[in-house]
Ligand binder design. Structure first.
Ligand SMILES: Nc1ncnc2c1ncn2[C@@H]1O[C@H](COP(=O)(O)OP(=O)(O)OP(=O)(O)O)[C@@H](O)[C@H]1O
Length: 684
């Protein structure tokens, strides 16, 4: 069925524009239903009740239902987006979620926390909340005058330490703590309008994609055997069958040729299962180790969807996009944009329409970015959240045709303290219809995944390898080096492998110092960090990519997602604040099936909890543990085992050496929450 909204604006193109050889491809789009929200079907009685309650709390009459009229919708976008779920205005709702970190011991009978989400929520998330309630600690606390939220958290945990010692109660408290912090993330994935009006999408936006006949007829058991062979684990209902060959996925011949030309002959495990899920229109959370090919899992389905739409009816000026791909950093967005362009180029050179992909990031001219959209429309937008939101708010772009959203490095995007939850919340408010949502990362604690799933529609999770584990293709070496000896030792360390080599440091100034030092010593080095302007960053990345520079020195802006060919060695000049960042940093080597080396300098300046996490990570990856780490007194070795005797991971940050109750990341994040609520939310 054609998209009636678009069809009513312009006549459909003549059939002659379509190439017979792509009949197969077109076939799986032709009967797709339009993707306007089908409110009548989607609103359950429960949703109606919630909508009325939200309207009452927001002081809206029923005529002002945010979804009922365009004018009301506009006002709602401004007014309601900050008040999801009809809760208190944003500062206090955010404060409630953050202060959460501490289920109230002082007031166990306090009012229950707000409902998690009006969309379908995962059973596990609801079960954790109910068990938390059972622990008698779901009231949530806010910072009292003169006390920071962190103080409250500490006091609360200390109090509980004395009172509740049983494993069950502690687990319940952990679940509650996490539930409350994470409740912000779910809201970030929903339109505030939907949240306020209780719209709950219950059915995925299925496409007509099918695998080849032989695979389509596989039984569930046979599909499970295939999954086990490819070491992928799945969760969810009615999961599409895995496809062990690209040929099974019925990709357009132009795409098959492109993959072959790039030496991509067999799908990686995340692609074996992730591509069928994404191609069939299902919401997806994909977790797989660094360098395992996640990017193709979210770019290919969108490009194919955009191609089908373009073949059905070419875009005109001002129209589009059909999908947005969001990344937490500009350089990563640029890289993803290049991959989309490459796919678009391959399609065009095979005689298919040229798809237009727009890059929308800060540090570049707004006019240059937006010009292709106004001139001829764009099919795909790859963006960082801040700049995309700016385009939407200023009316330069709209999401009326957009039905596909992907968050790359999803846990970073959704990070309750340092992520983009506020921007995402506002971006999602520009949707007035359902979309397919995909979230990818190499690191995503199980509980965080469960909470994010609560905002998706019948999601499928696909795991390849333990989330947060380092790539097994990286040999990890950890060395004790005093601060004053680091620079000199760095030169020696560079001799371990041939170039290219990446060096990471937390601080921009140190990145500059290291680069200067290496240049003085005759090493072809360049650098990237947040303090450099975008043109310099692009140049440095280009020089490292094309081999004209041997060494790239960088802060963590280059730690996530960037893919350079054949990096041999990653040197951590300092240990990052969390093992999660460590996993991303060392994941710049050992990619696409190649092996690499990572060397990390540690010394007494690194917090013990981080060293303990590192020790456990090395152990899990069967790497050598240096004496400095072996010597650490490790109380968790004995205590923090799960039911199966495995070491339990922190549900908040995925570290192995501690629980959420003593999680340094949560403690740091609580400080950020504190400043957010005191200073107002950031506005960049
Ligand atoms: N099936 C495949 N066979 C061989 N190489 C592949 C395959 N799929 C992707 N690659 C290559 O592997 C490299 C890493 O892929 P990609 O950047 O998508 O990894 P990733 O999982 O997104 O990593 P990160 O978690 O660091 O973002 C790329 O150079 C890509 O071209």
């Amino acid at each position: 069925m054609a998209d009636s909204r678009r069809a009513s604006k312009r006549p459909r193109p003549a059939a002659k524009a379509l190439d017979d050889s792509y009949a197969d491809l077109l076939a799986f789009g032709k009967d797709r239903e339009p993707y306007e929200p089908r409110r009548a079907q989607q609103k359950s009685a429960e949703a109606e009740r919630r909508a009325a309650e939200a309207r009452r709390r927001l002081g809206l009459s029923s005529a002002e239902d945010p979804g009922s009229a365009p004018t009301a919708a506009k006002r709602d976008r401004r007014d309601v987006s900050f008040r999801p779920g009809g809760e208190a205005p944003r500062a206090s709702s955010a404060a409630a979620a953050a202060s959460a970190a501490a289920a109230s011991a002082a007031a166990p009978a306090a009012a229950p926390m707000p409902a998690q989400s009006s969309s379908s929520s995962s059973s596990s998330s609801s079960s954790s909340s109910s068990s938390a309630g059972g622990a008698g600690g779901s009231g949530g606390i806010a910072a009292r005058p003169g006390m920071t939220l962190m103080d409250e958290l500490r006091a609360h945990v200390a109090a509980l330490g004395g009172q509740q010692t049983s494993r069950e109660k502690r687990k319940a408290l952990e679940a509650d703590l996490l539930r409350q912090v994470m409740s912000m993330q779910q809201k970030a994935l929903m339109s505030a309008k939907e949240h306020a009006s209780g719209v709950a999408y219950t059915k995925p936006l299925l496409t007509d994609w099918r695998p080849t006949k032989a695979l389509a007829s596989l039984s569930k058991t046979e599909a499970d055997v295939l999954r086990a062979q490819h070491k992928v684990e799945v969760e969810g209902e009615n999961i599409p069958v895995p496809c062990p060959r690209f040929a099974d996925m019925r990709l357009p011949p132009a795409v098959m040729d492109m993959l072959k030309a790039k030496g991509i002959l067999r799908p990686t495990p995340i692609q074996v299962q992730g591509l069928p899920v994404a191609l069939s229109g299902r919401d997806l959370i994909g977790v797989a180790f660094t360098g395992s090919g996640k990017t193709l899992v979210f770019t290919l389905p969108l490009m194919i969807l955009a191609l089908q739409e373009e073949l059905r009816m070419p875009l005109a000026g001002g129209e589009g996009p059909f999908g947005i791909l969001l990344a937490p950093a500009r350089d990563l967005a640029s890289q993803t944009h290049s991959i989309c362009e490459e796919i678009a180029g391959a399609m065009a050179s095979a005689g298919l329409p040229r798809l237009r992909c727009m890059l929308s990031i800060g540090g570049m001219s707004v006019r240059d970015q937006i010009e292709p959209l106004s001139r001829s429309g764009v099919h795909v937008v790859v963006a960082t959240p801040g700049r995309l939101l700016d385009h939407l708010q200023k009316g330069r772009m709209n999401l009326s045709l957009c039905r596909y959203v992907c968050l790359d490095e999803g846990d970073r995007m959704l990070d309750a303290a340092r992520g983009f939850e506020e921007e995402l919340k506002q971006i999602f408010s520009f949707f007035d219809h359902q979309r397919q949502t995909l979230i990818f990362s190499a690191t995503m604690p199980r509980k965080v995944r469960e909470f994010a799933m609560g905002a998706l529609v019948e999601p499928v999770t696909v795991n390849s390898g333990r989330a947060g584990a380092a790539s097994m293709d990286v040999i990890q070496e950890v060395e004790h080096v005093r601060d004053e000896a680091k620079m000199i030792y760095l030169l020696e360390c560079l001799q371990k492998t041939a170039p290219p080599v990446m060096i990471f440091s937390k601080r921009s100034r140190e990145v500059d110092d290291i680069t200067q030092y290496l240049l003085l010593k005759g090493v072809e080095a360049t650098s990237v960090h947040g303090g450099k302007d975008q043109a310099d960053r692009n140049l440095a990345l280009q020089q490292f990519r094309d081999g004209s520079k041997d060494v790239l020195v960088a802060t963590d802006v280059a730690a996530k997602g960037l893919d350079f060919p054949s990096v041999q060695h990653v040197i951590n000049f300092d240990m990052p604040e969390s093992v999660e960042n460590y996993v991303h940093r060392i994941g710049r080597t050992g990619r696409g099936g190649k092996t690499g080396v990572a060397t990390t300098f540690i010394n007494k300046g690194v917090p013990e909890s981080v060293l303990l996490d590192l020790k456990h990570l090395l152990r899990a990856a069967k790497q050598r543990i240096p004496p400095a780490l072996l010597a650490l007194d490790d109380p968790h070795d004995a205590q923090e085992k799960d039911e199966d005797g495995n070491l339990a991971e922190c549900v908040y940050c995925q570290g192995f050496g501690h629980s959420i109750l003593s999680c340094e990341k949560l403690q740091r994040d609580m400080k950020v929450f504190d400043s957010k609520f005191r200073d107002g939310l950031r506005d960049d």
